[in-house]
Design a protein. Structure first.
Ligand SMILES: N[C@@H](CCC(=O)N[C@@H](CS)C(=O)NCC(=O)O)C(=O)O
Length: 461
């Protein structure tokens, strides 16, 4: 440990203690000799630290007095530098400038050794993939700061425009977008507005009639517990939960003993409320009402507002993209693997497994012509893709893991896929996720009902 770092650490320890702390304890914490502690205390005093005490009595830093220059540990310097660099690249011009200035100020007051560490920090911020914004984020930030009403023209996901007066109180920064969180006078409810969809924003002179922290507290209490947003932001009251689920607008068409379980797992991961319509094979699945949703008469499907999405893989990708706060769409640098394996499993693997399960033997010529190639090649390729990996795309769990994992898990369970160590290891890292467990319970209950061990009502998840 360098002397500068040791002096900083010594200051930090003294700051943490209100009462005198003995030189012996300091020596132990810093892993240095008593003599070094005495010498370092002397050095700190000589450059202005107001440390009281003597050998044998212990030392205490006089409250309220800080030692210039600024004291940061190496770890703190890295955190600050990275954070400020991130703001410099990802926030609006005002914040970006401020981040640059703050970085320069911090660097200016750091002792040479630490300043150098800051300058050569190897933690870099890569390019973002923000959607273009019409409205300057500074204007939104200023409205929040001054608790001013805003008039905005907003284009929703269907492309419909509305003009509203809102009371903005927070902005959440996501990788691809920012959400302005506000009370909406038009809807008389809290609403999140994607800032890239705000076409016009005008700060009204009028203050809104509440404190922004009160609005924030109320909004936080609307978060569903157990969801990603709920965990990320805060807690909830059961009453709020009920209120929220009444406004749900996702309808999930499924049968628990079908590929619908993939989407069920995905919906549970996303954590938004949804309403389940359970359909029976051969009857309600082929009814005119349902054929209007999916002309294939197959499940799963979802209806989200006016949008209908079928195909389990497409639904997973749609949900990941539509609810970015769940973090199930990977960062751009992992997007290639994400699409590659999502499509590979939805196409070639699905087909190769189905052909094999139905007893079709492909000739080498067929294998060349058919998109899935041969069963062995498809399975080998999948095994290589998951070998040694916790997640299929990047370092985090994504919608592709829901989809690929489901096929691997069930494939092994139902014998369409061999229990290879690569598959078992990958599946072991996914199957105990709470969202998957909840799905599994519904599937198990349906299986029990089907085998006549349970005479309960049809499953509703
Ligand atoms: N390609 C569709 C396949 C959907 C599918 O085949 N679903 C089956 C249940 S797993 C089904 O609904 N079968 C009923 C039928 O065809 O009548 C997807 O991946 O979502």
């Amino acid at each position: 440990m360098s002397r500068t770092t040791r002096l900083f650490d010594l200051m930090q320890i003294l700051r943490r203690h209100r009462r005198p702390i003995s030189a012996a304890v300091l020596a132990q914490e810093l892993e240095v000799s008593l003599r070094t502690v005495y010498r370092d205390i002397g050095a700190l005093k000589s450059i202005g630290a107001e440390i009281e005490g003597e050998p044998g009595l212990g030392y205490v830093l006089k409250p309220g007095l800080m030692l210039p220059p600024l004291m940061f540990s190496e770890e703190e310097i890295e955190a600050l530098t990275l954070g400020l660099k991130w703001v410099g690249r990802r926030a609006d011009d005002g914040l970006s400038r401020a981040a640059g200035e703050a970085l320069a100020k911090v660097a200016a007051v750091l002792p040479g050794e630490l300043r150098h560490k800051m300058e050569v920090s190897m933690l870099w911020v890569g390019p973002g993939w923000e959607r273009p914004q019409t409205v300057d984020l500074q204007l939104l930030r200023r409205a929040i700061r001054s608790e001013n009403k805003l008039r905005i023209v907003y284009r929703d996901r269907k492309g419909e425009r509305s003009t509203r007066v809102v009371w903005p109180f927070a902005i959440t920064f996501f990788e691809s977008t920012r959400l302005l969180i506000a009370w909406c006078e038009l809807r008389q409810a809290f609403r999140n507005f994607r800032t890239d969809r705000i076409e016009v924003a005008e700060r009204l002179g009028e203050r809104y009639p509440r404190w922004r922290h009160q609005l924030a507290e109320e909004w936080l209490s609307t978060m569903l517990p157990g969801t990603v947003s709920g965990r990320a932001y805060a807690v909830v009251t059961p009453q709020r939960m009920q209120e929220r689920s009444m406004h749900q607008d996702i309808v999930f068409y499924t049968n628990p003993l079908s590929r619908g379980a993939i989407v069920h797992w995905m919906l549970e991961e996303i954590g938004v409320p949804y309403h389940t319509e359970t359909l029976e094979f051969g009857t309600s699945m082929k009814s005119p009402e349902y054929l209007a949703i999916n002309p294939m008469g197959k499940v799963p499907a979802i209806r989200h507002g006016d949008h209908v999405i079928t195909e389990a893989a497409a639904i997973c990708a749609y949900l990941a993209e539509t609810f970015p706060e769940a973090g199930l769409q990977p960062a751009p640098e992992a997007r290639s693997d994400y699409y590659r394996w999502l499509f590979f499993v939805a196409g070639p693997v699905e087909m190769a497994l189905s052909l094999k399960a139905s007893g079709f033997e492909l000739t080498p010529e067929h294998e060349m012509q058919m998109g899935c190639g041969g069963y062995t090649a498809a399975v080998e390729t999948l095994a290589k893709a998951v070998a040694g990996r916790k997640y299929i795309a990047g370092d985090t769990f994504t919608a592709a893991d829901v989809y690929v994992g489901s096929h691997i898990g069930w494939g092994m369970e139902f014998g369409t896929l061999d229990k290879r160590p690569e598959f078992e290891a990958y599946w072991a890292g996914l199957k105990d996720r709470p969202a998957h467990r909840r799905t599994e319970e519904v599937v198990a209950a349906a299986m029990a009902r089907q085998s006549g061990t349970d005479e309960a009502q049809p499953a509703k998840s």
